[in-house]
Design a binder for this molecule. Sequence first.
Ligand code: G
Ligand code: G
Ligand code: MN
Ligand code: NA
Length: 250
Amino acid sequence: RMLELDLRAADFDKEFELAFQPIINLQSKAVTAVEALLRWPGCQRGHVTPDEFIPIAESTGLIVQLGAWVLEGACRQAMSLPGKVNVAVNLSPSQFRRGNIVDTVSTVLAMTGLPAERLELEITESLLLDDSKETLLALNRLHALGVLISLDDFGTGYSSLSYLRNFPVDKVKIDRSFIAEIAGNRDHMAIVSAIVNLAHALEITTIAEGVETEEQLLIVRATGCDAVQGHFFSAPKPAAQIRKYLEKPH
Ligand code: G
Ligand code: G
Ligand code: MN
Ligand code: NA
């Protein structure tokens, strides 16, 4: 694939950018974190989405270097954004399997000066699925550094309840497919409520993803969910725009 050659040849600093999307706490109504999302505006081949290039970065192993670049950039931005917001960074399973993620994270924290408590690492159930000792060890070490672990896209995979008990999970992000239909579908509201209650029983915080309308926001709030993210508040935006969003009162 040609994209693979472009990715191998890419100068990350010149071609890639991070977008940031606010995560809003429903009690305080404050932005408590921003999620960093990778963009490739400098790609020679024109517009490519992360859903196209991230799988290639994963299969080639380039995600180890690219992921370290994302971590560093995200932590640097978190240090410079107002309001001491946390930053959430997506991690691929290959960053655990092919790279030394614990060393990478501790190096980036030391280099940028970001307190570990302000970094949230988003992992997916696919990482936990093969139940490896190495993965558990790495997650426990990351947690011991003080970083928070979020389980992303929750509800779409196996959603084994044992994951929430056996791994150091601080937050679950309820997949946006449940939120998309929450207004017209009682089953979806019941599922979201059940996830929120289960998480809270285990002292895990909940975030609803993909909130696009006020109606969805009100229903999500009624489930007792802690935080929301989605286009209703803001799409992922370049750091300069997110800075403005954080500076203006809500
Ligand atoms: O905003 P959206 O189109 O950015 O993201 C599409 C997918 O790409 C999502 O599943 C998201 O988690 C993933 N993604 C975005 N940025 C990163 C990143 O820096 N690292 C990894 N591993 N995945 C990312
Ligand atoms: O897999 P992950 O949750 O990391 O991916 C986040 C993805 O969700 C990104 O592609 C981001 O652009 C997208 N996203 C964020 N908010 C919304 C929203 O309100 N609606 C939709 N459809 N997508 C969203
Ligand atoms: Mn995510
Ligand atoms: Na997600």
